[in-house]
Design a protein around this ligand. Structure first.
Ligand code: GSH
Length: 211
C-alpha cells in the first residue's frame, strides 16, 4: 500500500497510527502541502484525489481510498485485529462520537485551506485567525474532556478510533499554542498513547518528510 501523507497533516497522522497499530506495511509518498503552491494541487495527485487533500491510500489493487475515517474503517474491516471499534453497539457509538468531534467539528474549521481562505480571501489578520483556531479547538476539547474517563485510553483499556483521532488533534493544538491546562484528561490520554510504538512511529517529527 502507498500512503500519500504530509508529516504535519493530522488527518494523515490518524491513518499512520491505524496502519502501525495493525502492523501493516506501507510506503509513504510525501505530498508537501505548501511547497510550490501545494503538491496536492498537481495533476498527478488530483488524479488520485480530486479533493486535493491528504491522506489518500492506494491499495495494491490500484484502488484509492480518501478521507481518513473511511480509510481507517476500511483497514479495520479487512484487518480486524486489533479492533479500533468495540464490538458493543453502544460502545462503538461512543467511540465514534469522540472521533467525529475531532474529524467533523474541530478539524474542518481549522484545516489549512480554511485558514488560508480567512487570510487571503477574507483578509483577516493573523491574530484573528489564531483566535478562530483556538476557539474551535477549545469548544471541541471542552466537550471531549467532559465525555472521557481515561483508563488509560479515551474509551477504556483498549486503543480505539477515538484515540487515533484525538492524539493528532492534540499535536495540532500544541503547534498552534492552544493552552491545554483545562484538559487534563485529554493530555493523559495523549501521554498514554504516545508510549505505544504505533503512535510514536506515526508522530510528525518521526516522519521522513519532517522539517
Ligand atoms: N476530512 C478529511 C480531511 C483531509 C484534510 O483536510 N487534509 C488536509 C491536511 S490535514 C489537507 O490535505 N489540506 C490540503 C490543503 O489545505 O490544501 C480527512 O479526514 O481525511
Amino acid at each position: 500500500m502507498k500512503l500519500y501523507t504530509y508529516f504535519r497533516s493530522s488527518a494523515a497522522y490518524r491513518v499512520r497510527i491505524a496502519l502501525n497499530l495493525k502492523g501493516l506495511p506501507y510506503e509513504m509518498v510525501p505530498i508537501h502541502l505548501s511547497k510550490s503552491g501545494g503538491e496536492q494541487r498537481k495533476p498527478e495527485f488530483v488524479a488520485l484525489n480530486p479533493q486535493m487533500r491528504v491522506p489518500a491510500l492506494a491499495l495494491s489493487s490500484g484502488d484509492v481510498i480518501t478521507q481518513s475515517l473511511a480509510i481507517i474503517e476500511y483497514l479495520d474491516d479487512v484487518n480486524p485485529e486489533p479492533p479500533l471499534l468495540p464490538a458493543d453497539a453502544l460502545a462503538r457509538a461512543k467511540v465514534r462520537a469522540i472521533a467525529q468531534i475531532v474529524a467533523c467539528d474541530i478539524h474542518p474549521l481549522n484545516n489549512l485551506v480554511v485558514l488560508q481562505y480567512l487570510k487571503h480571501t477574507m483578509h483577516h489578520v493573523q491574530a484573528e485567525i489564531d483566535a478562530w483556531y483556538h476557539h474551535w479547538v477549545i469548544a471541541g476539547f471542552s466537550a471531549i474532556e467532559a465525555m472521557i474517563a481515561p483508563a488509560p485510553y479515551a474509551c477504556g483499556a483498549h486503543v480505539t478510533l477515538a484515540d487515533v483521532c484525538l492524539v493528532p488533534q492534540v499535536f495540532n493544538a500544541r503547534r498552534l499554542k492552544v493552552p491545554l491546562d483545562a484538559f487534563p484528561k485529554i493530555v493523559a490520554v495523549e501521554t498514554a498513547c504516545l508510549k505505544l510504538a504505533a503512535f510514536d512511529k506515526a508522530r510528525p517529527e518521526n516522519q521522513p518528510d519532517a522539517e
